[in-house]
Design a protein. Sequence first.
Length: 453
Amino acid sequence: AAAQISDIEKARGLNAFITETPEKALAMAAQSDLRIARGEAGPLEGIPLGIKDLYCTDGVQTTAGSHILEGFTPAYESTVSANLWRDGAVMLGKLNLDEFAMGSSNETSYFGPVISPWRRKDSDKPLVPGGSSGGSAAAVAARLCFGATATDTGGSIRQPAAFTGTVGIKPTYGRCSRWGIVAFASSLDQAGPIARTVRDAAILLRSMAGHDPKDTTSADLPAPDYEAAVGRSIKGMKIGIPKEYRLDGMSPEIEKLWAQGVQWLIDAGASPVEISLPNTRHALPAYYIVAPAEASSNLARYDGVRYGLRAPGKDIADMYENTRAAGFGKEVRRRIMIGTYVLSAGYYDAYYVRAQQIRTLIKRDFETAFAAGVDAILTPATPSAAFGIGEKGSADPVEMYLNDIFTVTVNMAGLPGVAVPAGLSSEGLPLGLQVIGRAFDEETLFAVAEVIE
Ligand code: GLN
């Protein structure tokens, strides 16, 4: 832990951490030493981890990347982080993220952007680590921590993992408890790890997962021994290649990476089959209705009374208004406005109900593919490699939303998806592939991902 603490201090330029917790790390590491000496070591004993600042941590400021939560110190611990501490892990601090996890580049954080440790060949231009779990991905890629927690509502674990050459898995909806994690879009949000290797991700997920009576959407299933699935043979598996993911104007580099991935799976004894997920093209527009709708409802609780920031006002309504105006950033305000609009009486049927119907169709597309015997689906993780800070989305937010084209379907269907590093772009940046699986079959994902890695 001491070595990690000094590395974190040296890498402050990345802005990966919002809050460092060195004293806590050393105290937890000392406890770990005691348990090891007593022969009572847990599966993660002494392993230093970072926690995305969307997870409430007892006695440690939790901001969700927002000014409105600045100074909020929870008196409780999220179930997932508590599970990690139960198994012996050591907390290094709280990792930067897009404000309320809304973004794909970590540029919407009130605490400033995270800088990726990667650079393009022959260029010093700072790049984004992806988002919203940009701090988690950058910290793992820069070896500041052995692994990190992250969350994924539309791609926020997989896209930053792909951008930084790390492994990120969004488990099946319900696999990890959402209790104590600041809510963005509750029907889409899932916790998961970002790690250096497929094996590390498997080990971390096992500790993070499991039933929690405090989250009614948490599945009452034991967490399998995911590590045992790493290295398992994929011989005879059918791998679906969805034709709708072959986008017009797709970069040749991504196309080549995808073909290479298919070849690796063939070499390992699996057989690719072309499948059709016909509603894919509706996924992004439907996601950008459902997610803001749920966000506008979840974010109603930030009123200046209960948490964090309070801006004075002449009466209570004025105080609410001033607090929310001062506390929320531009992207969050945009989502609240879109969400409120699509949920309003006159537009509810035209937008929100429609989007929910599309969601059902997307889910059925996957069910049809899996019912036809497909074991897993292989797609690119992102449409491009990492881009420069300030390069995308400032004039047109849709440009940023397009980053999620390959990842949002998985959240809409509640399925597990993993991003695994698969090669480098011509500019020397990491590129990732995504493996999508059946609900509650993360084990197959780990087996397939291990072959690609
Ligand atoms: N980029 C997507 C969004 O901005 C996904 C974010 C996430 O998964 N938390 O909504």
